[in-house]
Ligand binder design. Sequence first.
Ligand code: NAD
Length: 249
Amino acid sequence: MFEDKVVVVTGAASGIGRQTAIDFARQSAKVVVADIDEKGGAEVVAALRSDGHDAVFVPTDLTVEADCRNLITSAVDGYGRLDVLVNNAGIEITTPFHEMSELEWDRLVDTNLKSMFLCSKHALREMIAVTSGVIVNVCSVSGLVAWPGIAAYNATKGGVMMLTKSLAVDYARYNIRANCVCPSIIDTPMTDVSNGHDAEIKEQKAKLNPIGRLGTPEDVSNAILFLASDKSSFITGSALTVDGGYTAI
Ligand SMILES: NC(=O)c1ccc[n+]([C@@H]2O[C@H](COP(=O)([O-])OP(=O)(O)OC[C@H]3O[C@@H](n4cnc5c(N)ncnc54)[C@H](O)[C@@H]3O)[C@@H](O)[C@H]2O)c1
């Protein structure tokens, strides 16, 4: 489905991003893996290459503009084009809001929202030049409804939601689409950390989804690939929930 397409996936050393990189590669895309985790990113790319896929790792701190510029330039210089940007990287900080430090707030906003500004900005310059491109942002159900106890995280995802809609509106004239996916709880290392690696808490959280299980990284990557593909060519500015019914209640 993505033959000869060049796809950048941020935060692709782990969880949803890792699965997304794998699934694009399986659909014949050339995949640019970006992450601050150099060991994890290199491992993902080594595994993809050993399976015969075309992939490259670009070590990137997404909170730094020079790194984001370098990421996009590396994709275009290396593969000659950029078709899809998946802004996926994100972190969760669970410090109660009234105890959160300014440093923690800045880290959350920089990682979850500023990174999407920086990567999108540099990707859009390339996409505008060829009047073609797709951006898929990984938002969250907490961009739609307030998840208890993580106000600052919710605020970043609210920002991702409105950034996505705004890019869709402003860049449609250049044949560039922007959409986001909104997962509820997905079984990834991020979730394990926020659950304190407690299987019982994980089990309880799974019950919050009417479908009765946690989502898998594949559940989310399937939605990302759909939004990145020509099958969604009339869809832009949308937020696709991947939440087992969580927000339908
Ligand atoms: N897991 C969930 O339940 C869930 C639910 C809704 C939304 N999300 C969102 O999905 C996305 C992926 O989450 P995940 O669960 O796969 O998490 P994860 O922790 O498994 O992976 C996140 C990746 O982002 C990378 N990263 C973090 N900061 C970075 C930086 N400054 N520069 C470059 N890379 C950086 C990490 O190294 C890691 O590889 C996030 O945006 C998250 O908010 C996750």
